[in-house]
Design a protein around this ligand. Structure first.
Ligand code: ZN
Length: 314
């Protein structure tokens, strides 16, 4: 009996509370002008809601489509990181380019410009040697490097492209991205030097296994625009995980050159490759002692490709 009464009392109490709350709600609706909550309600419902998304969509969305791709700048300095080094650090020993009778050497510096580029240029000048620099967009992320592109050219060296971002997903993601990146580095070089670059070195080499499409598709993009690409057949080991001493870099380079009739040597020009700079005089001294013909890449340089394909006539 008492339990039933308690239940009845509880039910009655709930009904009273419900009725009271309904009454209060209706009272608030009828006296809008006195309610301090209304300005927020009307502001949220009438203006803030519909307009803000429209502004974002109308003015920013269009720009945002390009901006994510147009911000490789933060990526460019990563070239100096060990994590973004060239994939192909092992040279295909079967690769050979033996045009002509004279033993030739082409020194190539990848990934610049860097804080060391000018020092490299000075050393090359001391030995009267011209080289080839396959550059990236590092000058866009570091303004101090901007004039270096022109110094490379003014010193008589060949300037080539090594992609703008050197970020594999951006370079090799698809052919549109590849073209986009290619245009960026080509325009950067042209704007800084007046030279229209036509020599390309694929990040990781044309024999890389990271690209999302078969490499011949990227190669066709280059060929359709009158460009040529160059791999290497001598690697000094300066971007390997283990930091090599300058003497080891010299030894690797000269031993590699000795095995080739035409040697294309891969060296790196980044802010973390001081040992390469320190090795350079020894490399040049060794090459000079051998009486080799050291040249920058030009139109007469036979293409050197890691992966032979039908289009390769050499
Ligand atoms: Zn590289």
């Amino acid at each position: 009996m008492t339990a039933a009464c308690v239940v009845c009392a509880a039910v009655i109490l709930l009904l009273v509370i419900f009725a009271f709350s309904v009454f209060k709600t209706r009272e608030n609706g009828g006296s809008a002008s006195k309610d301090p909550v209304m300005p927020e309600q009307s502001g949220g419902e009438v203006t803030a809601g519909p307009e803000e998304p429209e502004i974002q969509e109308g003015t920013e969305a269009g720009g945002e489509e390009e901006e994510p791709e147009e911000i490789p700048d933060p990526n460019a300095p990563k070239i100096d990181d060990d994590s973004v080094q060239d994939i192909n650090s092992v040279v295909d020993t079967e690769m050979e380019s033996d045009e002509g009778d004279t033993k030739r050497v082409y020194l190539t510096f990848d990934d610049g410009p860097s804080v060391y580029t000018e020092e490299i240029l000075n050393i090359l000048n001391e030995y009267g040697v011209k080289a080839t620099f396959f550059v990236c967009g590092t000058g866009d992320s570091d303004e101090s490097l901007r004039p270096v592109y022109k110094k490379i050219v003014d010193n008589g060296n060949t300037i080539g492209m090594h992609s703008y971002s050197h970020v594999y997903s951006k370079v090799y993601g698809n052919l549109d991205l590849f073209q986009y990146d290619l245009d960026k580095i080509r325009n950067l070089i042209y704007n800084e030097t007046g030279v229209v670059p036509k020599y390309y070195r694929f990040p990781g080499g044309s024999g890389n296994t990271i690209a999302s499409l078969p490499m011949d598709q990227y190669i066709s993009v280059l060929y359709s625009q009158g460009m040529e690409y160059y791999d290497w057949n001598v690697y000094c080991g300066d971007s390997s995980g283990t930091r090599l001493s300058p003497s080891a870099i010299i030894k690797n380079t000269l031993e590699g050159v000795d095995k080739r009739r035409t040697a294309v040597v891969l060296l790196h020009d980044t802010g973390s490759r001081k040992n390469t700079v320190e090795a350079l005089p020894g490399i040049l001294k060794g090459l000079k002692e051998r009486g080799l013909d050291i040249r920058p890449i030009d139109d007469e340089t036979p293409p050197l490709h890691q992966v032979d394909e039908a289009m390769d006539n050499n």
